[in-house]
Design a protein around this ligand. Structure first.
Ligand code: ABT
Ligand code: MG
Length: 144
């Protein structure tokens, strides 16, 4: 139906605290735009540990959860909703593997990420999560 076709063209991203603190925000946004994504919403903000925990709630029982939440609340992030055909899959291809050591040459994580725990960018892993994650950060007034 029309709504699901529309949603499948969107994904959600965060530029994580490691990348913002190293001054990579502009370079990463430049690569995202040059790859054909258009920005439908964007904000520079900082998560509390509680907010980071809610965002990554699915990982709450994993051994790395505490570190993940501490890291994601350690500095500013840029949150954005992006639009492009096949957005979720194409964006995950652009950012590369979760572990930057396994990320392909030219991907954003290969260029800017230091480790699996501090991997520069987030990309939604499904159309459904793209909507949930976009709704977590943006009200109707803050997106188009
Ligand atoms: P995200 O885009 O942050 O969701 O990463 P990705 O989907 O590529 O990888 P997943 B499996 O969702 O990891 C979520 C966050 O947990 C961190 N992590 C993951 C670890 O620190 N250690 C691990 O062993 C694994 C599997 C990486 C992700 N990020 N952050 N920040
Ligand atoms: Mg993930």
């Amino acid at each position: 139906e029309i709504l699901s076709v529309y949603m499948s063209n969107r994904t959600f991203t965060m530029i994580k605290p490691d990348a913002t603190s190293k001054g990579h925000t502009g370079a990463i946004l430049d690569q995202i735009i040059k790859a054909g994504f258009s920005i439908k919403a964007m904000k520079w903000t900082r998560l509390t540990t509680e907010q980071a925990g809610l965002f990554y709630d699915i990982h709450r029982e994993r051994p790395f959860f505490g570190e993940l939440v501490d890291f994601m609340s350690s500095g500013p992030i840029v949150a954005a909703i992006l639009e492009k055909d096949n957005a979720v899959a194409d964006f995950r291809k652009l950012i590369g593997a979760t572990n930057p050591a396994q990320a392909e040459e030219g991907t954003i994580r290969k260029q800017f990420a230091a480790s699996v725990g501090e991997n520069a960018v987030h990309g939604s892993d499904s159309d459904e999560n793209a909507v949930i994650e976009g709704d977590f950060f943006f009200s109707k007034l803050e997106r188009y």
